[in-house]
Design a protein around this ligand. Structure first.
Ligand code: ATP
Ligand code: MG
Length: 279
């Protein structure tokens, strides 16, 4: 039996945790940029957490550090209590731009299967995982098409299916729906919520879109301008299942959205890290 330092008898188990993460690009050069200024927060197992913050504040940098793709300048990242120093098996990152993440010369099923081939999973198991992942995102029947034969939203579903086929418990998503139209975006949000609930995933989702963060998440983490730190964590206790029209029309949703927007607007006026001459 393994010991688990993140267990807590009275609450959910912690999945991913960042402690005082700093990241400085080009340290010691004239290009030096302090992107992350001491970020501390955690995500519980099964939770859906959204991260929002001003453009350029370091959201992608944060996801790269959390996923083990890049070492932070200082601070620690742990996944279920174990330090993250390379990409963990139980974690998958979904990027914003599906056009760059899919192989145009491979059919949809081969695109989804591709990463599985390198992880020692046998063919029958790979075929079953691809089938289920495509089914989960509503693409059954499109397996033998090429990405170029699909709409943008369908292509983004393929990249989500590819992440799901890997069967990670934890999905990190960097503005995955930013490059699709509003209608498609709403439908992809609902696909994601459906899969998150049915497959018992933990999701950390970066977005620019305040409505999207409040609609999707259990908790919204708001970042300040660079060097970024956590300005606030807002619990979204709107009941589920949520509905794109009904939920967004509730007073609760409107109030929470305004609260996040106010925080981001104030974050945008900051020009110094916390503790430097603040009242
Ligand atoms: N490889 C790099 N080398 C130097 N600076 C970088 C590098 N990557 C990002 N930066 C800088 O770090 C800052 C944070 O970038 P990052 O991409 O993390 O921001 P972001 O919050 O994801 O932005 P956006 O909202 O536009 O996606 C930016 O000022 C950016 O120019
Ligand atoms: Mg980014």
């Amino acid at each position: 039996m393994s010991t688990d330092s993140t267990s807590n008898e009275s609450g959910p188990r912690q999945s991913l945790a960042a402690a005082d993460l700093h990241h400085v690009y080009g340290k010691g050069t004239t290009e030096e940029h302090h992107a992350l200024g001491g970020i501390t927060f955690s995500v519980d197992q099964g939770e859906f957490v959204a991260i929002v913050g001003p453009s350029g504040c370091g959201k992608t940098t944060l996801l790269r550090c959390l996923s083990g793709l890049m070492a932070p300048t200082s601070g620690t990242v742990t996944l279920e209590g174990t330090a993250v120093d390379s990409v963990p098996k139980d974690l998958t990152l979904v990027f914003q731009d599906y056009r760059r993440s899919l192989y145009p010369w491979l059919r949809v099923d081969a695109n989804v299967e591709f990463p599985l081939k390198h992880s020692g999973i046998d063919k029958p198991e790979r075929v079953e995982r691809v089938r289920q992942a495509l089914d989960d995102v509503g693409l059954t029947g499109h397996a033998s098409k090429y990405p170029g034969q699909l709409s943008g939203g369908m292509q983004q579903r393929v990249s989500i299916a590819r992440a799901l086929a890997y069967r990670p418990h934890l999905l990190l998503m960097d503005e995955p729906f930013a490059s699709v139209d509003a209608q498609t975006r709403s439908s992809l949000e609902d696909v994601l919520l459906d899969v998150w609930q049915r497959r018992n995933k933990t999701v950390l989702f970066v977005t620019h879109d305040i409505d999207e963060s409040v609609y999707l998440a259990d908790r919204v983490v708001v970042l300040s301008n660079a060097p970024s730190h956590v300005l606030a964590e807002i619990t979204i206790d709107i009941p589920r299942p949520r509905d794109q029209i009904e939920t967004k029309a509730t007073a609760e949703f409107v109030e929470l959205r305004a609260e996040v927007a106010r925080l981001i607007r104030n974050a945008g006026t900051r020009d110094h890290p916390p503790g430097e001459g603040e009242a």
